[in-house]
Every structure is written in C-alpha cells, then in structure tokens.
Design a binder for this molecule. Structure first.
Ligand SMILES: Cc1cc2nc3c(=O)[nH]c(=O)nc-3n(C[C@H](O)[C@H](O)[C@H](O)COP(=O)(O)O)c2cc1C
Length: 349
C-alpha cells in the first residue's frame, strides 16, 4: 500500500505529544503558534480544569489543536492485590515515619467519559487522541459527529489493524523508545513491543491509514528518518520536556539534564501500567516491573505519600520521571524554536 505523504492536508506534520503531568495549555499554545499541532493532555484533568484549559487554549490560538484522553477500563476492586502492594511498600512508609497507606485508590486517572465529552463539545477540537485503545462506541461516535479527527496509539501491528477496524482516522505508531505509558491494549506481553523504526514501516505496510511515528524522535535527523520510513507525521514528546513552557518539575528537569537520562526503563511501579521513565531508587530497589504493583491506575495512590515525603527532602527516589530513550537530547529553550526545527526537518527531508 502507498504510504500517505501527509495525514491530512490541513494538519501539521509535527505533533507535540500530549504529556499528562508535565504540561498545560501553554506548551500546546506555543507549539500551535509555531505551526505544529499542540496537544493538551487531559488524562488527569477534572471537567472544570479541562474547561479552563480549553478556554485558555482557544483564546490563544486560531490554529488546530489536539486533546488527549486515556480510555482504559478501570479495574475491579481487588483488596488482596492492594494489601500485597501496601505490604511491599510498608518498609518505605516506616522509613519516612508515615502512617500505613490508606488512601482511596485509583481516582487520579479517569477514562474518557460523557462528562468530559460534554465539556469538549463546546470546543470541538480539530483532533482528539486516545491512549490505551478507544472509548465505547457511543462516545467515539459522539466525538466523530463533531468532525474531530480521531487518533489512537498502536504498539503492534494487530493493535493498528484493530484501530483501523474501529474507525480511527490515523494511527500513532508508538515504538518502545517512547517516554511515558505504553499505549498497549490488546496484549500485556512486553515482548510484543517493538522499536519505532521496526514498528513504523510494518504499520505503514499493514494499514491504509496515515501513520504518525512516535518514540525516540528527538532531533531533526530523527524526524527525517521517520518520514523516510513512511510516516505521515511525527509525534514528539521528550524533546519538549525541558522547554520553557513545559511544567516539568525541577527534580525531573535536573534528572533529564544529567547522566541519569541515559538510563530509562519500563516500570509498573508508579501507576500499574508499563511506562518508560528515568531509573530512580524505587525502580532499582523493587525492580521496575515488580508484580506486586496492582492494576492501573491503582498503584498511584499509595506511591503518592512516599513521593511527597522524598520530594520534600529534594529527592526523586519515588518520583515518576517519564522520559524516552532519547530524552538526553531535550533542551531548555522555547517550544516555538523546537517546533520550528522539527518542521524545517520535515519540509526539507
Ligand atoms: C512525560 C510524558 C507524559 C506522557 N503522557 C502521555 C499522555 O498523557 N497521553 C498520551 O497519549 N501519551 C503520553 N505520553 C507518550 C507520548 O504520547 C509519546 O508516545 C512519547 O512521548 C513519544 O516518545 P518520546 O518521548 O521519545 O518522544 C507521555 C510521554 C511523556 C514523556
């Protein structure tokens, strides 16, 4: 099949990856105004926050933007799994003098729902992207009725074919180098996961849809390479983490700008789903894929007090520092300049 040279004529070929926890509308705005497609990460926003962020974005740009949601199935409550997790973390709680974990699990990340769609409907973003599959058919039909272009991440060829069969307009091929959560949704076998430049041409070959390459693309040369392998656009995340507009914490920024950024790993410890981040103390000591971590997003709540206690001492020991394998290339400069460099690389490749 012929690769699409562009995903749609109206939309930019450089997409700023949505990155929950390290950005708000300001990053998206800067990218949009530089000619890229800015994204708002909505996975951790309440409906009121989502509305505020969308208003700020809409007020600042006439250009198209993307709004991104998670669409996982929330797990059934599992008291035993939670107990195992609390037992595994208890030595750390004791070392900080914290009372035993008792937080209500799982509230931090809510999948896309009609409440969020109610907010979104007033804004009708040009693009809506999903991570972890797609929402229920009625929700998907609702956003498609507004005319929004729908994207979702595939980490394997079967996931790409599933997304195509379920009505997405373009596929984000998320390679193993990518920072943040693996978008995987048909299998939880990490051995199915491929690097971007193995996955991308296979997805381009297998589907009729435009394919957006994501994962490890952090330099103009990386942008050109993705285009050469048939990408219709690139989605870049980690390269924006140290940009002026990102809300990346000082601890996270310091790790990104140190030797530590050379060592990332997939870990389930912070949320319950595999996500790539800079290796820190808890990942080293517990093992990044420790089976005691309960299902997504339940693991998050009990890690939070440890994170807060360590961060109060200026330590990143329990902080998720999501970053891709090329995060060492991220630079502290305006997102506008980063975007322009990538757009230039795309145009001239
Ligand atoms: C800090 C961080 C947070 C992320 N959060 C999200 C998110 O909220 N939604 C999403 O679809 N992808 C998220 N991702 C994954 C990106 O969409 C994308 O796949 C990844 O950044 C591409 O790889 P790169 O970081 O090497 O550029 C995140 C990535 C990072 C680094």
């Amino acid at each position: 099949m012929t690769p699409h040279s562009r995903w749609t004529p109206e939309l930019p070929c450089v997409v700023q990856a949505p990155m929950a926890g390290v950005q708000d509308h300001r990053l998206a705005l800067a990218v949009c105004e530089a000619g890229g497609l800015g994204s708002l990460a909505a996975a951790m926003l309440s409906p009121a926050d989502l509305e505020r962020e969308l208003q700020a974005l809409q007020a600042g740009t006439q250009r198209p933007y993307n709004v991104n949601f998670f669409c996982h199935a929330p797990p059934q409550p599992d008291a035993q799994a939670l107990e195992r997790w609390r037992t595994a973390l208890s030595p750390y709680y004791a070392s900080f003098g914290l009372p035993p974990a008792a937080a209500a699990p799982g509230a931090a990340r809510v999948p896309f729902n009609h409440e969020a769609a109610d907010v979104l409907e007033a804004f009708r973003p040009a693009v809506i992207s999903f991570h972890f599959g797609l929402p229920a058919p009625d929700l998907l039909a609702r956003v498609k009725r507004w005319g929004s272009v729908v994207l979702s991440s595939a980490t394997t060829v079967p996931e790409a074919l599933w997304l195509e069969a379920h009505g997405v307009d373009a596929i984000i091929a998320q390679g193993l180098e990518a920072g943040g959560h693996r978008g995987m949704f048909l299998s939880d076998d990490l051995n199915t996961q491929m690097g971007t430049f193995a996955l991308l041409p296979q997805v381009v070959q297998a589907t009729r849809l435009p394919v957006i390459a994501a994962g490890g693309i952090a330099t103009p040369a990386g942008v050109a390479a993705a285009k050469a392998l048939g990408a219709a656009a690139v989605q870049v995340g980690s390269a924006y983490l140290c940009s002026d507009e990102a809300t990346t914490s000082p601890l996270h920024r310091a790790a990104l700008q140190s030797e530590a950024a050379q060592h990332t790993a997939l870990t389930r410890l912070f949320t319950g789903r595999p996500a790539r981040g800079i290796v820190n103390r808890v990942m080293r000591e517990m093992g990044p894929l420790n089976p005691a971590a309960p299902a997504f997003p339940v693991a998050t709540a009990d890690m939070a007090p440890l994170r807060a206690a360590a961060e109060a001492q200026g330590r990143n020991d329990f902080t998720p520092m999501w970053a891709g394998q090329n995060a060492g290339a991220c630079e502290a400069r305006p997102a506008r300049d980063i975007t322009r460099d990538f757009l230039h690389a795309w145009r001239t490749a």
